[in-house]
Design a protein around this ligand. Structure first.
Ligand code: ZN
Length: 399
C-alpha cells in the first residue's frame, strides 16, 4: 500500500515538474529598477503556489530559471527577481529550473541526515548550515569533535542510509501537534507562524524545516565530505557534496589523478611516494644549483670589476640583466669601491655609496619620467619606462 502511494506521489511530482519546465505559469512585473548590470523586477505571482524560492532563506540556495527572455540571477527575500535583461511591465510567462531545485533538495536533505547521524552517534548539535553553488557546510560547536576516522564513519553511514532508500515525508502540522512530537531533533523556532512543516525520514529523523527535500534518501545518490576544519576557534565545519555535485567532484578528481599519474609516470597507489621523491630531488637540485650560481657569480663579478667604467675617482659596474647573479653582487662587489647599476625591461637597481641613490629617482621625475619603486640612500629600485643608459647618464651627472 505504502509503495503504491509512493508511486502515485511521484507521478504527481513528475507532473508538477513538467508543468514547471514547460507549463504556462505567469507573473506580473509591477515595477522594474536598473541596478548596475542587472534589473530588479518587483513581481506579483499569478500562481501563488509556484514562486521562485528566495536566495539564502533557511541557508538554502534560491531558484533559477527564466521570465520571458530574461534569466534569473538572484531572488530576494520577497520573491522579487533580479534579471539579466530589461523586460516590460505587465504579464510574463516564467519557468523554474526544477532540475536545479531537485539538486538543491538532495544537498539540503543530506544536511538533515548528517545532523541526525552525528546527533545520534556522538550527541553533537548542529549550529550552522550554509549551502553554496559548489558545496555545502554544516557547523558543530567544538574544537576537536571531528577527526579523519569520524569523517570516514560519517561518509559510510550516510551512504548506507542513501542506499536503504528511506522514505521522506513532509508533515504539515499545527504548532501544538508539532510540539507533541518528542523525537524532534531540534526545538521549533518561535519565529515560525502558522502551519509547521516537519521533515520525517522514516524512524531515523524528524525535524521542522521549510526548504526543499528529496522524496527518498536513494534520490540523493552519493555523499562525499570534501573537507573539514576548525573555524573561529570554536566551530568544526564539515564541507560536503551530494547528488550530481558529488558525482561531478568524483569525476573531476578522478581525471586530475589520472593526468597526474601520467605526468609523473606512476600508478595511483604510488603517486604520493613518487611526488615525495620528486620534491626531495627538486630540493637537492635547487641546493646544487644555488652552489653553482654562487661560484659562477664570484667569477663573473671579478670580470665585471675588471671591465668597470672609470668615471673620475669612481668605478661603475653596468650589468644589463635581472638574473640570479645579481643576488650575489653585495657578496662579491665591495660597495666602498664600486657603484653598480643593473636591470632590464624597465626594472633597474642602483647600489652606490658615491651619491645619495634617492636623488636618481628625483632627477628622473624632474625630467618628466614616471618612476615607481624606492629604496634608501645606498640602494634604490626603479621601475621606469626607459633603458639602462638613461639611468647611467643620470647617475654620472649626480657624481
Ligand atoms: Zn530541510
Amino acid at each position: 500500500m505504502i509503495m503504491w502511494m509512493d508511486v502515485l506521489q511521484r507521478k504527481k511530482e513528475n507532473v508538477v515538474k513538467r508543468l514547471c519546465n514547460g507549463g504556462n505559469m505567469k507573473l506580473k512585473i509591477i515595477e522594474l529598477k536598473k541596478e548596475k548590470y542587472r534589473y530588479l523586477a518587483i513581481v506579483e505571482y499569478l500562481d501563488e503556489n509556484m514562486k521562485f524560492y528566495p536566495d539564502g532563506k533557511g541557508g538554502q540556495l534560491g531558484d533559477r530559471g527564466s521570465v520571458g527572455q530574461a534569466q534569473i540571477l538572484e531572488v530576494d527575500r520577497e520573491g522579487n527577481l533580479f534579471l539579466d535583461i530589461e523586460l516590460g511591465l505587465g504579464e510574463h510567462s516564467y519557468v523554474i529550473d526544477m532540475d536545479r531545485r531537485c539538486e538543491i533538495g538532495k544537498n539540503h536533505t543530506t544536511q538533515h541526515l548528517i545532523s541526525a547521524y552525528l546527533k545520534k552517534k556522538y550527541d553533537y548539535d548542529t549550529v550552522g548550515f550554509r549551502m553554496g553553488e559548489e558545496y555545502s557546510t554544516v557547523d558543530f560547536p567544538s574544537l576537536a569533535l571531528i577527526d579523519a576516522k569520524k569523517i570516514k564513519d560519517l561518509e559510510k553511514g550516510i551512504n548506507k542510509i542513501i542506499r536503504e532508500d528511506m522514505n521522506i515525508e513532509i508533515l504539515e502540522l499545527s504548532r501544538e501537534e508539532a510540539g507533541q512530537i518528542e523525537s524532534l531533533r531540534k526545538s521549533i523556532s518561535e519565529k515560525i507562524v502558522g502551519k509547521i512543516k516537519v521533515v520525517k525520514v522514516e524512524d531515523f529523523d524528524m525535524n521542522a524545516c521549510g526548504g526543499f527535500h528529496a522524496q527518498s534518501t536513494k534520490e540523493i545518490g552519493l555523499f562525499k565530505v570534501i573537507n573539514y576544519e576548525k573555524v573561529k576557534k570554536t566551530i568544526t565545519r564539515v564541507y560536503y557534496k551530494a547528488g550530481e555535485l558529488a558525482y561531478e567532484d568524483y569525476y573531476e578528481k578522478h581525471n586530475i589523478i589520472k593526468k597526474a599519474t601520467t605526468q609523473v609516470s606512476s600508478t595511483v597507489e604510488e603517486i604520493n611516494g613518487k611526488i615525495d621523491c620528486l620534491l626531495e630531488e627538486n630540493k637537492s637540485k635547487t641546493k646544487e644549483l644555488s652552489g653553482l650560481y654562487n661560484k659562477y657569480s664570484e667569477l663573473l663579478c671579478e670580470k665585471l670589476k675588471e671591465n668597470s667604467r672609470i668615471q673620475g675617482k669612481n668605478k661603475i659596474i653596468i650589468y644589463k640583466k635581472n638574473d640570479e647573479i645579481t643576488k650575489f653582487f653585495p657578496k662579491y662587489i665591495e660597495n666602498e669601491k664600486y657603484s653598480v647599476i643593473y636591470g632590464e625591461e624597465g626594472n633597474f637597481t642602483v647600489m652606490s655609496k658615491a651619491i645619495n641613490c634617492n636623488e636618481i629617482k628625483n632627477s628622473l621625475e624632474k625630467i618628466g619620467y614616471i618612476v615607481k619603486g624606492g629604496g634608501n640612500s645606498t640602494r634604490i629600485n626603479l621601475r621606469i619606462d626607459a633603458n639602462i643608459e638613461i639611468i647611467v647618464d643620470i647617475f654620472v651627472k649626480l657624481l
